[in-house]
Design a binder for this molecule. Structure first.
Ligand SMILES: [Zn+2]
Length: 255
C-alpha cells in the first residue's frame, strides 16, 4: 500500500530559482509526499509560491508575512501582500506564514507592530474563511485570543512549543498542530504529540530549515510520520491516512 502525505508548511520559494528544483520534488514524491503547502515570508516569496502553484498541482499556496519580517515591513508593503491575498482568494489555500514571535524578536515596540500587522491578516482570513498557517513563540496565548476574537474557523499552529494549557485552548477551538523533524529530538514536542488527538495533527517539513544538523526537505515528512506513528503506537499507513485527511480539510485540498 502506497502512502500519501502532505507537507503543511514549507518555504518552497527556496526551491524556485527560475525553475523549480525537480530533484526536491521527485525525492518528495518517492517518499509519498503528494502535496506541499508553500508559505511566504514576505511579498516576493509569497508571489513566487503563488505563481509556481498555478503551474504545479503538487504545490499549494499560502501568502503572508513572517513575524520576523512583519515588524520592519512598511505599511505600503503590507498592503501589497494583503492585496495579493484578496486578488487570489479563490486560488489560495491559506494565509501564512503569519504570527507573533516574542522570543526571537525583542522589544515592546516591535511586538506592538507585529500585533498590528498580524491582526490585519487574521481579519482577512476570517473574512474569506482562509486557513491560517501560524508561527508563534512566546505569544501563543495572544495568538489564540486574536483568533477567537475574529472567529477564525481554520488554523494550524506550526511547530507548536507552547504550554499544554494553551494547547488545550487551541484544540478546543478546533485548530491543528503541525509536527516536524523536531519530534525526533525534542521531548517537549513528543509530549505535544502525546497530548494532541490524531484528528488534530498535521505534518510539515518547514524546509529548508536545518534541524540539529539535518537540512530539511519536503521528503522528511516521511520521517516525521514514522516518528509520530511510533509515539502513537499505530502504523505509519494509518498516520498518513489521518493526517492527510486533516490537511485536506484544513487547506481545502482536493484529490
Ligand atoms: Zn516557517
Amino acid at each position: 500500500m502506497s502512502i500519501k502525505l502532505i507537507d503543511c508548511h514549507c518555504h518552497f520559494d527556496d526551491y524556485i530559482d527560475e525553475k523549480i528544483d525537480q530533484q526536491v520534488v521527485q525525492e518528495a514524491l518517492k517518499n509519498g509526499i503528494v502535496r506541499i503547502v508553500g508559505v511566504g515570508m514576505d511579498f516576493e516569496s509569497s508571489r513566487k509560491i503563488l505563481n509556481a502553484s498555478r503551474e504545479n498541482d503538487f504545490l499549494v499556496p499560502c501568502v503572508g508575512v513572517h513575524p520576523w519580517e512583519s515588524w520592519k515591513t512598511s505599511m505600503e508593503e503590507i498592503k501589497k501582500i494583503l492585496k495579493l491575498i484578496e486578488s487570489n482568494v479563490d486560488f489560495l489555500a491559506g494565509i501564512g506564514e503569519i504570527g507573533l514571535d516574542y522570543r526571537f524578536i525583542k522589544g515592546v515596540d516591535k511586538w506592538q507592530r507585529q500585533k498590528e500587522v498580524f491582526e490585519l491578516f487574521v481579519k482577512m482570513g476570517a473574512e474569506y474563511s482562509l486557513a491560517l498557517n501560524i508561527h508563534t513563540v512566546g505569544a501563543e496565548k495572544e495568538v489564540i485570543n486574536m483568533l477567537n476574537k475574529y472567529g477564525v474557523e481554520k488554523a494550524v499552529f506550526h511547530w507548536y512549543t507552547g504550554s499544554f494549557i494553551v494547547l488545550q485552548d487551541i484544540l478546543s477551538s478546533g485548530y491543528y498542530i503541525s509536527i516536524n523533524l523536531s519530534v525526533t529530538y525534542s521531548n517537549r514536542v513528543v509530549g505535544i504529540v502525546r497530548q494532541t488527538p490524531l484528528n488534530k495533527i498535521v505534518l510539515e517539513s518547514d524546509s529548508p530549515y536545518e534541524f540539529r544538523g539535518i537540512l530539511a526537505s519536503p521528503s522528511h515528512v516521511r520521517v516525521v510520520a514514522e516518528k509520530v506513528a511510533e509515539i502513537k503506537k499505530i502504523s505509519v499507513e494509518k498516520i498518513a491516512e489521518i493526517t492527510t485527511k486533516n490537511a485536506k480539510r484544513l487547506f481545502s485540498i482536493e484529490f
